[in-house]
Design a protein around this ligand. Sequence first.
Ligand SMILES: Nc1ncnc2c1ncn2[C@@H]1O[C@H](COP(=O)(O)OP(=O)(O)O)[C@@H](O)[C@H]1O
Ligand SMILES: [Mg+2]
Length: 438
Amino acid sequence: MSTRSQPDLWVRKGRGGQKCFVSILRARPDNCLPSGPLSPLGIRCHVRHVLRLHRLILTDFRNYATLTWRPRAPVSVLIGPNGSGKSNLLEALSLLVPGRGLRGARGADLPRRGGPGTWAVAGKFSTLQGEVDIGTGTAPDGGSDRRVFRLDGTTPRNQAEIASRAAAIWLTPRMDRLFQEGASGRRRFLDRLVWALDATHAREVAAHDGAMTQRNRLLAEGRAEPAWLSGLEDAMARHGVAATAARMALVRRLNDVPIRGALYSAFPPTRIGLVCAIANRLAISPALEAEDWLRATLAANRARDAASGAAALGAHRADMTLTDLETRTEAGLASTGQHKRLLIGLILSHARLIAEVRGFAPLLLLDEPAVHLDEDRRADLFRALRVSPAQVIMTGTDAETFLPLADHAEAWRANAGELRREPGFSTGSPLSSDGGTC
Ligand SMILES: Nc1ncnc2c1ncn2[C@@H]1O[C@H](COP(=O)(O)OP(=O)(O)O)[C@@H](O)[C@H]1O
Ligand SMILES: [Mg+2]
């Protein structure tokens, strides 16, 4: 739907005039322009376009020999007993954006056992840039641990080209203990949130961590060549400060996502805290000074880091906290159900933030989102998903759980590497790419 057919709908420029946030208004106000795509439903909407998956093709991926799947509704539920391939399908989707996917799996685990040893996943999306085919799979030269990307049938120059077109965020059962376990999982989670906003972030983190690993090795081998160490510490300082600044920017923005509308009434407002010495420094001094400080501190810490075998300071030490602002509960102390609710709320806020900043909402992959939620909380989740600006693909073991969404969601039963439409749910209509409601 666009204003060409709906002349009474207009777009108001966002505050500051830089972002063209969409508001659906019934009369043309001052400072409004005829809009691009608009939501057919919303009163207020901040999404110009929704990333839509129209078709997914799996070839020899995990338990799927071949599968062609065409989602047609804004929400798709994959139903099936344990081991039927639901999470595998979400994992395949998560591999259509850079990174190691929602399981962080090794490349060697991905080809179908008993298959030819190669695998491929291909998605047809509508994006801000139009229809796009994104493919990934084993490299033609066969190195099974290295996957390659294809973008519209050609090799992209780099992964950032993929990240600039598509984004996906996910919630998995493994994350049910995110705030009870070690900091590295939380850091990866945070970095994925940053990455969906800033495609260069992964490179900064990788460059920092690569320099840190080399420095650790040099120190462990006792080859303390000052010039070499200084070069590595310089790289740690530059990339560590850049990565930390990006994390801080995301945290600030997520903490500022306005709490309003149906999406947010269902979930408690949360606050993320970044626990990081570099962030503390960046809060009080400019980036160049923070780099100098980090460089000097790393140089001063060489003997100590050599003794402990690890760098005591760096972007790899960052951690995050998450607090329910309604009850002041820290995620680490929350019950499993409260914890899940906090994470779902955060992920939905993140989807909204990405939609506002990038102009499209990312794919939301929710693996077993209803588990641990009581009936009321489940109703909250479904209420939020009804108005989510993002296309949602989620899983569950039984269809009954999702029946309250049956008019809005389609359901597919996974069985032995096949998907069959589950009766009693929406049959969808060709997915629109117009912005959703918030
Ligand atoms: N590389 C592989 N080749 C064939 N089957 C696999 C492969 N990796 C995992 N599987 C199978 O996939 C099934 C798990 O699928 P999964 O999507 O995790 O199930 P669920 O429906 O419970 O989410 C298991 O039966 C597992 O043996
Ligand atoms: Mg599963």
